[in-house]
Design a protein around this ligand. Structure first.
Ligand SMILES: [Fe+2]
Ligand SMILES: [Fe+2]
Length: 303
């Protein structure tokens, strides 16, 4: 890939509809690992509001894109992320709410972060005109940093064979693997857009220094939210301040079912290397071969 080409995508990104049947999925969808079941499920809350934010920022950036191929990629990215956000919203409505789970404070704080702090006009305050472009570049750069993780998580979930060993529900597993595969498919778009708008290495590094701890904090807060509603956990252990909480997280990671906080730190370092480009971070072939067999994608194609 060369920066002059503006986009590293080799083939067209395809937005696909999906169809999942949420009637049977259990709360402990990884049957033998309740903690990791929640660790993965909490992403549905984070992604529902987070990916709507991606769509808003990219629509804002679209008129500034002067390269036809990159524009087509950005448009396809927006359509994919809108479908992702809706699929996770449906999993909350049809699956987690059916089991009495409430997103509560976690969901409200995600909305504050994405809808207020990171809005074009944060908390309704107009950004001064000379800073408006930079504010857009910062938000696109933040999306690129998050997208580094979503693509890396894509590889993680596609390769997490421990899920089946531990009795994973096939529908929930497919939701996260289909999504992870499409994250790999469009992994270069946010970074290429960031570069196209003038984003450079120092800001990228600064943004990752904020995004990585924020993401781990959000994931921890989501875990706490779900654990507190699950009688199989001691309520006192559902706290970021309890060592037992972090030990449980590391146990889930050692089983191979969820990434640990250290996983996020290691992957953050890859993003800040000067020669970084997301094209080198995952395998498009691996992603497309999963999508070709994804039950959710095939069910939607039949419908
Ligand atoms: Fe997505
Ligand atoms: Fe994405």
């Amino acid at each position: 890939m060369s920066a002059a080409r503006n986009t590293a995508v080799a083939s067209a990104i395809i937005p696909r509809n999906v169809k999942f049947d949420w009637d049977e999925a259990p709360l402990h969808w990884i049957r033998d690992d309740a903690f990791s079941s929640h660790a993965i499920n909490e992403f549905s809350y984070l992604l529902t509001s987070g990916e709507k934010f991606f769509c808003r920022v990219f629509r804002e950036a679209l008129p500034l894109v002067t390269d036809d191929r990159l524009r087509a990629d950005v448009q396809a990215f927006i359509r994919q992320e809108a479908i992702h956000s809706r699929a996770h919203h449906d999993s909350i409505e049809g699956y987690l709410k059916r089991l009495g789970v409430d997103g509560g404070e976690f969901e409200r704080h995600n909305a504050l972060l994405f809808d207020q702090w990171l809005a074009r006009e944060p908390y309704g305050r107009k950004v001064p005109k000379p800073l408006q472009h930079q504010w857009l570049v910062i938000r696109v750069g933040a999306v690129a940093a998050i997208e580094h993780f979503t693509a890396s998580l894509g590889t993680f979930v596609l390769e997490a064979q421990s899920w089946e060993r531990d009795g994973a529900d096939p529908v929930v597993a497919d939701l996260f693997r289909w999504h992870g595969a499409e994250e790999i498919e469009h992994r270069t778009v946010a970074y290429d857009l960031y570069r196209h708008l003038g984003g450079r290495w120092p800001l990228r590094t600064l943004l990752m220094a904020i995004v990585m701890p924020t993401l781990v904090q959000r994931m921890g807060a989501g875990l706490v939210q779900l654990m507190r509603q699950d009688p199989s956990f001691d309520r006192g252990d559902a706290s970021l301040l309890r060592p037992a909480f972090w030990r449980a997280w590391n146990r889930g990671a050692e089983r191979g079912n969820t990434p640990a906080p250290g996983w996020f730190a290691r992957h953050a370092l890859r993003f800040v290397k000067p020669g970084y480009h997301p094209i080198n971070e995952a395998s498009t072939e691996q992603a497309l071969s999963y999508i070709a067999a994804s039950p959710g994608v095939l069910a939607a194609a039949r419908a």
